[in-house]
Design a protein around this ligand. Sequence first.
Ligand SMILES: [Zn+2]
Length: 545
Amino acid sequence: MRSLLVAAALAAALPLFACSRTVQRGTTAADAVQPRAEEAGAADAWWSHVTALADDSMLGREAGSPQHRKAADYVAAAFRRAGLEPSGGEGYLQPVPLRRRRVVESRSSVMLVRDGRPEPLVLGTDAAINLRSTRAGTVDAPLVFVGSALVAPAAGIDDFEGLDLRGKVAVVMSGTSPRGMDGPALAAARGAGGAALQGSGAVGVIGLYPERSDLPWERYAASRLHPQMRLVHQEPGHGPPTLVAITLSPAQAARLFTGAPESYARLAALADSGAALPRFELPVRVRATAALEEDDALSHNVVGVLPGSDPALRNEFLVLTAHLDHLGTGEPVAGDSIFNGAMDNASGIATLIETAAIVARTTPRPRRSVAFVAVTGEEHGLLGSDAFAERPPIPGPIVADLNTDMYLPINPLRKLLVNGLEESDLADDVRRAAARVGVEVITDPEPERNAFVRSDQFSFIRRGIPALSLKVGFSLGTPEHERVLQWRRERYHGVEDEVTQPVDRQAATEFNRLYAELVEEVANRPTRPSWYPTSQFRPQAEGTR
Ligand SMILES: [Zn+2]
């Protein structure tokens, strides 16, 4: 799953979570739940893909790397064994040309200037250059605190109203969510806030990194030198609104507010309570230089098709996606520099492969064609799925996308968490499929995390195609929920997301079976899936078609 930092249009927009700061040690692999004997074969097969793809030799499968290509070849071979037709354009492979940007820290710097006296910040410890929103250059400018940087006219929120930001640097309290604003509305408010910032004449932005987030500051900072990527044909203006974007560590945030109308502690408390934040000029300047370098790389999606059995429906495609890429390597943490991405998302690719094997064996075959797609570049902004959805290398319309990303089979599969359940009549299909295997379908208990727009399904959603994303479910406040929170604290986008962690292989096996049931439901339904009239993701034109 991509971090919300990448997801947001703004420099740093991570949600604040009410998670305990206590770090508990994880259990060991020996504690992992073993599947029942009759399922052991299927569980072994699934696990063998996870271990192959999350092996140290894959060096974290970064998009554009030789190791990602090796992983793509592994998936292509598995698709061939399952009997899928090669449908990527170059055999199973669909080329995805990428442009990469990296920070050059040796030529970059950030300092605060108070009463004419410079206070240097250490990159990587105190601050980081945020690639996503940086155009590169030098700024020397006064700071203006703009609160949460949200714009939501319907809710009466405009954090830019009345502010003159020309030639100034905006300071943003990242990851706040105003009381009563749900996930999609928050995403829209952040997007509109990003656009407002872009049009404000501000020359830079400083995002105050949340004290609590999926990703602790140290882990975020450890990944700051990873390249940022975009599709070659995308404009760089897709994201970067300012010359220099800086993310400031929680430990440094208070410094900005010394002598200001409000202290950082008070603002953080206000943000925690969901209250609106005041906005004001800060008695400090920033002097910063961001130096970047760019190059090109080629990466690949892997596409295999199971042709439909119904002559009338086989030209329609159900697409199943999971991302193959992860974060590559970074600064060593306790001697380990490899981001193996076992759950994020070798687990989803293993499920894609095993689901292909199950569905390909069904007789009769599903009526519609099913495209199994292992996408690249998810961690860098859903790039591979965007390239696929923009120019699908398949000869017919896509009627739906089903996605699995970091679905966390670390708890037993008693509930299936479905993102998008409220949005389209794919909900009926998933309820039928789950009922058949005795699993309860639930909506996301943490809607504020905005998971529906944070992974590859969004590349389809924003083109008007109904989609779902599935995970092993849990209820708030249960030991299962705590296990998920602990997983995020200790392993999410860290070097510890590796094959030594405890995994419930039986849950994964049951998930795969349920997923195959769902594929059959959607591929065999008489009508195409459609958005509910109430869904805000429903294309404007759909009602008039
Ligand atoms: Zn991820």
